[in-house]
Design a protein around this ligand. Structure first.
Ligand code: PBG
Length: 326
């Protein structure tokens, strides 16, 4: 006698049946792959806390973008590591800045690959904060930072960026960037806003990779408190009102509830950023033989998609595309 309880077991009996009833499928087309582009020639510096990830000069960044493209990954996200920093982040909006040059080189070589650029000031500021800092108080000044962020975004669009992605978390930056893009003739360049970006310990390896750790204080005055989920909906709503085309939650794995809630709160595309520390954890455990890397990565990333993300930004993207291709 077959009990109704056996129904689920019947559909799990073999791989073909499991495939037939599977609810969530990862494909290479889900991913955006971050690349760290460094100034200089023929640079390929390994990032110790992110095995497999490098700081790459433009020639190597183009090669890495080609590899991603040939694996079916639709886009790359560029971060710049300039050779000089100052207190006005002038490298961020320099027409010949590292991201601008890399964007041109990648779009020249691979017109069909989407180039997304991270719009932030921290990599270009000598103090490592995401905005302009008032000298006496050390306070990050919101409104003066907006102008520099907007210039940065338009300079990326001018260089050929397909999408600009502000990650600074200053208030009002989506509106400021939208207005500047429109004024400069880039009405068709979408904004992917880091809408709910938490003040997270999981950015540690990134800050080593990008050389962007704050020299004093922390980012808690502009990034979100990990304890808050409703606030993420407020942040998202503001970014949507200001003109965001895609909204992002970051990090991903400790915030899957937030991914789900943002998914339910908006019908716009939702991105989730599987950040450097999430990557480092799996890599470190795998290198120690403590975890099966492929299975752990596929499980974690499937979870992000199942939570509601349309787009997954992940350093694992080429590995996943390779595994999916068999
Ligand atoms: C820049 C920025 C950060 C990340 C993306 N853009 C770091 C930060 O806010 O300190 C983190 C990405 C990652 O950890 O993979 N503001």
């Amino acid at each position: 006698m077959a009990f109704p309880q056996q129904r689920l077991r019947r559909t799990r009996r073999n791989a073909a049946l499991r495939g037939l009833v599977r609810e969530t499928h990862l494909t290479p087309g889900d991913f955006i792959y971050p690349i760290f582009v460094a100034a200089g020639e023929d640079v390929k510096n390994p990032i110790a806390s992110m095995p497999g990830i490098f700081q790459l000069s433009i020639n190597h960044a183009v090669a890495e973008a080609k590899r991603a493209h040939s694996l079916g990954i639709p886009g790359v996200l560029l971060f710049g590591i300039p050779d000089e920093k100052d207190e006005a982040a002038s490298g961020a909006y320099d027409a010949e800045g590292i991201v601008q040059l890399a964007t041109r080189a990648i779009k020249d070589a691979l017109p069909g690959l989407l180039v997304v650029t991270d719009v932030c000031l921290c990599e270009y500021m000598s103090h490592g904060h995401c905005g302009v800092v008032e000298k006496d108080t050390g306070e990050v000044l919101n409104d003066v930072s907006l102008e520099l962020l907007a210039r940065t975004a338009s300079s990326h669009a001018e260089a050929g960026a397909d999408i600009v992605a502000p990650s600074d978390m200053m208030d009002g930056r989506v509106a400021a960037i939208r207005a500047d893009l429109d004024r400069e003739g880039f009405e068709n360049t979408p904004i992917m806003a880091y809408a709910a970006k938490y003040a997270s310990a999981f950015y540690g390896p990134f800050r080593e990779a990008a050389g962007s750790a704050p020299q004093f204080g922390d980012r808690r005055s502009y990034q979100m408190d990990p304890a808050n989920a409703r606030e993420a909906l407020v942040e998202t709503e503001l970014d949507v009102e200001e003109g965001a085309d895609i909204v992002m939650v970051k990090p991903a794995l400790p915030y899957l509830d937030v991914v789900r809630r943002v998914r339910e709160a908006t019908d716009l595309p939702v991105a989730a950023y599987n950040v450097s520390g999430e990557y480092a954890m799996i890599k470190a455990a795998a290198q120690n033989g403590w975890i099966d890397e492929e299975r752990a990565v596929m499980e974690a990333l499937t979870g992000i998609k199942r939570a509601g993300a349309d787009i997954i930004i992940s350093y694992h993207a080429p590995d996943v595309a390779g595994w999916l291709a068999g």
